[in-house]
Design a protein around this ligand. Structure first.
Ligand SMILES: [Zn+2]
Ligand SMILES: [Zn+2]
Length: 211
């Protein structure tokens, strides 16, 4: 299954220009099997999109992108909005205790990377490499160099990597995806699949080719 794991729509993200119906049409045109709606700090976008997606018989999975003190975190399989910029450790505890999974988004992106890049060591040498099972290896709004750092990190540590477009404009949808070996029908199956490591991220259309 091909899934774009990281999409913002105008339902809850004021920074996004993406209309929900247009997003679903675009995802279907691009041959995606599903999308994850990951609005900032709320699950609302995913809830609304699921309703809209019914008429298209298209799978929408709910998630969110939580702003933590250390960086942006993609959260899947959790059902309560997380607001207020908590420490990442608190987000990880809350979500893992409830059976969900936390995946750091675009860890190398400036200025929104992990610790905003304000560390003088490679992330491989920090606790970052020990607290996450999975990272966002490829992000559609990160540069080729930043995505290469994600790939190198996963290769060096054996940590699994996903890919998502981080779409804020319709042309971004499906630009970066994750290909899963298993079928996924809902958020709990998504979490299982993410923990299994049976997937690979792909850059379909690099950022440099979309401007
Ligand atoms: Zn982000
Ligand atoms: Zn995002």
């Amino acid at each position: 299954m091909i899934i774009d794991m990281h999409i913002h729509t105008m339902i809850s993200s004021t920074c996004s220009l993406i209309d929900p119906e247009e997003c679903i049409r675009r995802a279907m045109d691009k041959g995606l099997d599903a999308i994850c709606v990951t609005e900032h700090d709320t699950l609302e976008g995913g809830r609304v999109m699921k309703e809209i997606a019914r008429q298209f018989d298209f799978l929408v999975l709910g998630g969110m992108e939580v702003m933590s003190r250390e960086g942006h975190l993609l959260v899947y399989g959790y059902h309560i909005d997380i607001k207020g910029v908590p420490p990442a450790g608190e987000v990880i505890k809350r979500v893992s205790d409830a059976g969900g999974i936390v995946i750091p988004a675009h860890p190398w992106r400036q200025p929104f990377g992990w610790y905003s890049g304000a560390i003088d060591r490679p992330l491989e040498e920090t606790e970052f490499a020990r607290i996450f099972q999975v990272i966002e290896m490829y992000n559609g709004l990160s540069s080729a160099e930043e995505n290469a750092m994600g790939k190198a990190f996963c290769a060096a540590t054996g940590i699994h990597g996903i890919g998502g477009s981080d779409a804020h404009r319709i042309g971004d949808v499906g630009a970066v995806v994750t290909e899963f070996a298993d079928d996924i029908e809902d958020e709990s199956q998504l979490v299982e699949a993410l923990k299994s490591g049976r997937y690979a991220p792909h850059i379909i259309k690099p950022l440099e080719e979309r401007w």
